[in-house]
Design a protein around this ligand. Structure first.
Ligand code: ZN
Length: 172
């Protein structure tokens, strides 16, 4: 396993569409291991292959319920009901933003063994899945956010709210 360099907003590669993975070989398995290591080191909850410079459709996610590695993930169902939540991104270190997403989604993908998996998700897990799958289509959250805040503005807001609220900062 090895750490990989995370691409930062402004890098052309983050705006490109990733290709489907047709064969799960050693190279892909190593990529997924490296992505997981890189995500944990950066204290993120998700990472998509283009974020480490590889335009292939795979993501890793860990929202506190264990590591998930997905190959060729596709959102096959989305609830009509939506919610707007705060998102951050390891590739966008300077901003957080409010992004509208479906409340619930259903995702189909392959696991590392090439088996088909179906995931129904809501909450943080859903948010991470939507966010990482967006990366595979060359979309980062500032492209679709309803409102952006600098990290500084966000920290001020958190400070203001800290007396009566407990908020969590999730970096995908
Ligand atoms: Zn991201």
């Amino acid at each position: 396993m090895a750490l990989r360099t995370i691409r930062i907003q402004g890098d052309d590669l983050l705006g490109k569409r990733s290709r489907e993975i047709s064969e799960i070989n050693e190279r892909i398995l190593t990529l997924l291991d490296d992505m997981a290591e890189t995500m944990y080191k950066a204290e993120g909850v998700g990472l998509a292959a283009p974020q480490v410079g590889v335009l292939r459709r795979c993501v890793v996610i860990d929202v506190g319920e264990g590591l998930i590695k997905l190959i060729n993930p596709v959102i096959v169902e989305s609830s009509e009901e939506t919610e707007t939540r705060l998102e951050g991104c390891l590739s966008v270190p300077d901003y957080v933003g409010w992004v509208k997403r479906p409340c619930k989604i259903k995702v189909e993908a392959l696991n590392e063994k090439g088996e088909k998996v179906t995931i129904e998700a809501e909450g943080l897990y859903k948010k991470a899945l939507c966010h990482e799958i967006d990366h595979l289509d060359g979309v980062i959250f500032p492209d679709i956010a309803e409102k952006l805040m600098t990290q500084e503005e966000y920290e001020e807001l958190l400070e203001k709210n800290s007396q009566n609220n407990q908020e969590e900062d999730d970096e995908d």
